[in-house]
Design a protein around this ligand. Structure first.
Ligand SMILES: [Zn+2]
Length: 433
């Protein structure tokens, strides 16, 4: 499926098909009339979708044949439970005896990421359960039956029901908890062990050509008008133009690398629930403080009034980045590297899953009483033009709302992300913008 229904009426996200404006796949949207695109990478005069994910409106000169009805993947999902209820289930998930951290995953965290065993324990990293059915049963306990009520409109991301009962959707990898400003676990990302390739095509210009990976990593089948046309191995990352015997272009294919991080999510499954809406934001604090925070939240949960929760993390200064694991690693290093000015720079780091969801930070910054933000996004990303546009808009908006804005900068050769830079023992420079 290449067109995914979005929350905006009449707009469909382009998946695994290239956007006619930016030439990339994923994130951009097309209108059902086929005459306009909301591109997340290429700027125009008209901003679109201001609230969560930012994009820009473009008119298509010649229009496009968008056969939406044939190609729509309809997202069906329950709404997520309120955060304190989600936390109840998710904290049971991480404390269940069937979810541990596998030796292989521990090795990755200890080694490449330089995370100690103590920190792994405090941060509650887990491996995706080997027997998701058993884990789901343990986590749901007495609620199993109530969740099966088909009139229920709310659910738990990742959980769904199959023929045998409740289970958890996902694949082998490391489960990374996303915690909000009250230390509620509001979701998980899975750092998958195996990257799955997919084929990117150009459905807007060549809707008759479809292609998919028949066997990972690179054995691909191409179909024209539903008929098998070609199959074989495709080199990764290279766009190929498919031409028939008369030299007529049939379309393009490109074997693209799948993502490393996925949400624990279960839309389009029976009683399933998507991870987003709103997208989880992670609050990373130093590991030793998290240990205490984890104990405090148990007390808070007995209190029905969320506004008076003592676990609300207040912070004058916060760091901002993308990705929870990165934020967790970085904040433990920041308290060491900046120990003499830690009050000033702050010992809290907020992570959105991507830079384009930066707007979803705004309510959280307000709630936490933040006055200063240190932007610590990947150095290579800032050099990337489309990301740079988000960055520019983000800085402008933060300044307009009265925040002091600093940018953390380091040389790309010292590391891509702030976590790499600090793990390599280099100190990022903070510059006021
Ligand atoms: Zn685009």
């Amino acid at each position: 499926m290449v067109y995914r229904k979005t929350k905006i009426d009449g707009w469909f996200e382009l998946q695994r098909t290239i956007c006619p404006i930016c030439g990339k796949s994923g994130g951009c949207m097309i209108h059902k009339d086929g005459n306009k695109v909301a591109c997340i990478r290429e700027r125009s005069e008209i901003q679109f979708g201001k609230n969560s994910c930012q994009s820009w409106l473009h008119q298509l000169k010649n229009g496009a044949k968008v056969n939406v009805s044939e190609n729509v993947a309809q997202t069906k999902s329950r709404k997520k439970f309120p955060v304190h209820i989600l936390h109840g289930f998710f904290s049971k998930l991480v404390s269940d005896t069937t979810t541990t951290i596998s030796p292989k995953h521990k090795l990755h965290l200890n080694g490449e990421r330089q995370i100690s065993d103590n920190t792994i324990t405090n941060r509650q990293y887990r491996s995706f359960p080997q027997q998701p059915r058993v884990t789901a049963k343990n986590v749901l306990g007495q609620f199993e039956e109530r969740l099966t009520d088909h009139n229920l409109t709310m659910g738990i991301p990742g959980f769904y029901m199959n023929n045998e009962g409740w289970t958890i959707n996902g694949q082998s990898g490391i489960l990374i908890p996303y915690r909000n400003e009250y230390n509620f676990i509001t979701g998980f990302q899975i750092r998958v062990d195996e990257l799955k390739n997919f084929v990117e095509t150009d459905q807007i210009n060549y809707p008759n050509l479809k292609a998919y990976v028949k066997k990972q990593p690179n054995f691909v089948q191409i179909q024209i008008n539903g008929q098998n046309y070609w199959e074989g191995e495709l080199a990764q990352g290279k766009k190929e133009t498919i031409v028939d015997e008369n030299g007529e272009i049939l379309g393009t294919v490109k074997l693209a690398k799948g993502q490393r991080y996925y949400w624990l999510s279960s839309p389009n499954k029976k009683y399933g629930t998507a991870a987003g809406d709103p997208v989880p934001i992670h609050v990373a604090i130093p590991s030793n403080q998290l240990k205490k925070w984890n104990m405090a939240i148990e007390e808070d949960l007995k209190n029905p009034n969320i506004d008076s929760y003592s676990t609300l993390r207040k912070a004058d200064s916060v760091w901002l980045t993308e990705g929870a694991l990165k934020a967790d690693i970085a904040i433990d290093r920041i308290v060491e590297a900046f120990s003499n000015v830690i009050e000033e720079v702050g010992d809290t780091m907020l992570a959105t899953p991507g830079i384009n969801s930066w707007r979803s930070l705004l309510p959280m910054l307000k709630n936490m009483g933040v006055k200063r933000v240190n932007l610590a996004y990947d150095m290579d990303a800032i050099e990337n033009e489309s990301v740079n546009q988000y960055f520019h808009d983000m800085v402008k908006e933060f300044k307009m709302q009265g925040y002091e804005v600093y940018v953390a900068a380091w040389s790309l050769k010292n590391g891509k992300g702030i976590d790499d830079c600090l793990l390599n023992n280099y100190l990022p420079q903070l510059r006021k913008l």
